[in-house]
Each structure stands twice: as structure tokens, then as C-alpha cells.
Design a protein around this ligand. Sequence first.
Ligand SMILES: [Zn+2]
Length: 329
Amino acid sequence: MFDNPLLTDLKSQGVIPDVRIGLPMMKMPYPDGTFREGVNLEDIPVGVLRVLEENTYRDPFLLASGKAIPKMIRHICPDVLEPENLTEIDVEAILIAARLASFGPTMKFKHTCQNPQPVGENLCKHENELVIDLQEFILRYAPFERLPEFQLTLPRLNQSVQLKPIRYGSAVRIMLKTMEATRRADALQDKPLEGALQDEAFVKDYVGMVEHALTTDIESIRDSILYVASREDKRVFNPEFIEQWLRSIPADQIVLIRERAQELSRVLREIGQTKYACGACGHENLVQVQLDPQKLFMPAEESSQPRTHSAELPSIGRKGKSHSKISRR
Ligand SMILES: [Zn+2]
């Protein structure tokens, strides 16, 4: 790149800060071509969110198609060539770092109390104002020393499965397919049964719908598996082989794998959660601090005076973890 004195100016004055992070799942094998050659996954620079990213992110079509975030990550993180290959938790860490670089450590947002019990006559619905210190919060996204211990042995088959966090691109694809499955089911629902059984076109559509839903389910399980180990501990990583295998094993074994995969996503989701007590009723609320478009581009001091205390940030079992890889220069 050319040395632009204008940009050098901005850098030396700290207008373009340099936040660097280690990817949480850096120990997981990523497909070739995911990163720029020679990259150090423990030390990835994340740039600021500019007006270009903001526009990309607010574009409803890009957002719904799942293209907005990868496009944005390519800009703020030039070391990442294929953002779709990152895991969702890597993506979250990058977005938090970008928000930190762009607007500083303080993030304020509002959350409506979710107390399911009525307080007096009505539900509480108090609007709490939360303050998150991102410098603190991002420590939760420090790189895992190794993959989370998510293995399971299938007793009936004498084979074992190593699960992995799902990749961003695959999560988006499955979400779109699930939407499509719902649409097809809705379209076929109104037909009365008697006529339907004689209607060849309808039966064909119906079978197609069932097959589509099944394929989506199998694909989502396949994408949560790093490898399957055979009886002699031969590890199979090939997704096509894994899918063939999934289509051949008994349904109850599929249920076991699915449950374990859901547990893994739950554990990873908890990293981005925070608890706070409602300022009005005291109910303990759980908030996902994921960075939606509003939170990402909202300046730190946008909101009015905080009405409640700041969110309590519980540490979740990752104490004693390596220090953050963040540095501001
Ligand atoms: Zn409340």
C-alpha cells in the first residue's frame, strides 16, 4: 500500500487506534485460505468501523442474506480473507474489538426487564440502562487453550464424535434453509387431507418439503462435527463421509449427537451473556451482549443519564485464563 501522509497522521494521533486480539477458536483447524499467509492468530489487528461499514451493516438485503458481517470483517480485519470460515465466537470477538477501537470501552444500551411474574397488576417492563466496559468484557473472548471438551462416545456404535463450534457461513446457510423449510410447510398446510392424497403434485411437493427439512437438520449436525473416530480410532474429517455416516446410523444416536451439539452452542452463547438485577423490581435478567447493528454503531455517550446501576459482569469459568491480547497503541 502507498504511504499516505494523511493516514500516517491519523495513526500517530491515535485517531485510528490499533486494537489487536487473539481469535477465541484459534486452536481449531480452519480451512486453507481463511487467513492471509503468515498471519499470527494470536495477534490480529482490528480496525475502526467507518461510514462504509455502517452503510453495509444497515443495508437490509445484505443483512438478511448474511453477507453484511463477512463484508464488514474483510474491511476491519484485512488478515481474514474468508470470514465465513470463522466460528461465530470469533466473529463476536472481532465485532467487540471493532466497537472498542471505534467508540472506546464504554457501551451503554437499554434492556427491558423480562420478569415473567406480574409486579402488582402488570408486568414490570422497566427499561434498564446498562453500561458495559468492553475492555473488561472482551477478556472473556481470550483464545481457548484447546477446543472445548465436547466429545461423545456412541455406545451402540463404538464410535466417538468430536464436536466443534459451527462456522459463521454455515450458521447463516442453515438459518436461510430453515426459513425456506418453514415457508414450504406453511404453503402446504391449508390443503384438506382428502383431496390432497389424490393430488399428485401436492404429494410431490410434500415429500420434497419433508426431504428438505431432513437435509437441513443433517447438515446442521454435520457442520457441528470436527471428526468421527472409528472403532480403531481412525479419525474421519471429510464432511461428505460424515454426512453419509449420519444418514446411516440409528435415529436415537442422531438425537444424542444433536443434544451434545446444542449443549456446546449453549456454553459458547453464555460467554456473551451478562446478568443484572432490574432497577425497579430486582428481577435477575440475562442479557445477550451480542452486537446488533444498533449497539455496534451507537456512540458511547448517546444515551441519557443511567437510571440504574451498571450491569454486573459475572466471570464464567474462564478465570486464570491468559491475559487479553488487546493492546492499544
Ligand atoms: Zn423489573
